[in-house]
Design a protein around this ligand. Sequence first.
Ligand code: GLY
Length: 399
Amino acid sequence: MSSTTDHTAEDPALGEGAGSPGDGGAPEPAAIRVGEGAGTGGQELGYDVVIGNGLLSRLPDMIGPGPERVLVIHPRALRATGDVVREDLEKAGYTALVAEIPDAEEGKHIQVAAFCWQVLGQNDFTRSDAVVSVGGGAVSDTAGFVAATWLRGVKVIHMPTTLLGMVDAAIGGKTGINTAEGKNLVGSFHQPAGVLADLDTLITLPRNELVAGLAEVVKCGFIADERILEIIEASPEAAQNPHSPQLRELITRAIQVKVDVVSVDAHEAGVRERVNYGHTLGHAIELAERYQWRHGAAISVGMVFAAEVARSLGRLTDEEVDRHRSVLSSLGLPITYRDDRWNQLLEGIRRDKKNRGDTLRFVLLNGVGSAATVEIPDASLLFAAYQEIGEEPTQTVSL
Ligand code: GLY
């Protein structure tokens, strides 16, 4: 870990046109407001998710005039982006520092948070100063946690550089770190002051990362916005092209689905559970695979599984279940899982946070676009659904 400002590493996050709004005739950025007409969540809601190209230079406007010091937290792989952001902030008159943290889940460790707290303390950060995250979901989770806990809460702005970060992790204020006992067991809700989803960062994102992020987009299609499914069905290739208007529309629509949910249920007391569609088995697969599967791959299988459970309860037709398989596989996402792991998976399913006592609860569809959390009357239904997605262990492939 480092809080220095070296200018050495190659930086894959900066695509063409980064830092220069409007380059190449890209459409004007769109802003989606979180908390518009919110029923719960109180004053912490009320911020913009801005989607567009070349947004890095908009950060000072989003931070606003209150803070004097800004800590930019980024992973090692985004050192050059972190430096560009720091330089922009310095030019705008802030005292800017960077904290470089380990990549991906390695960054979600208490020692990483302690390192960031140390940087904040040594630089006299006050309650009116701000933290900025630049990176994927693991970075926004850790940076959000650092911001939530420093002086009991300072402003945080997220600049997601992965598709998963843009459509899910950076929106809605979930923060957290991992412990030896499991992922995200320590954390809090701490809404950002704003989110800048710069589509240029997707240009150099590895294809498998992009496809894994699309699983969350497909999820939004099934739970709330069928147009998402239609766009992918019309051209799965365009859906995976970071330059295409189709991907831009998919991202905007998925963000709108997440914003709509978070705006009425910031603290996951009810409808927010819907964004966990496919996640109950998905998390169990991630655990069984010791986190070597990408999250998006695991929830892809999880959605097919949930669809099979819904079919057995008469909530989905055969065609609707087939649609899960065809949309997900058209993007190269997995739709099966090895057939010799049921006991291990059931153990993971039983640990899901949606369960109440011994009652297992799943997010299921009642037709496309209508999701709800449902009590599972009999665990044998789950085993039957597992039979439908199972295959020989030697055939199982992730992304
Ligand atoms: N990633 C799930 C949520 O934000 O609720």
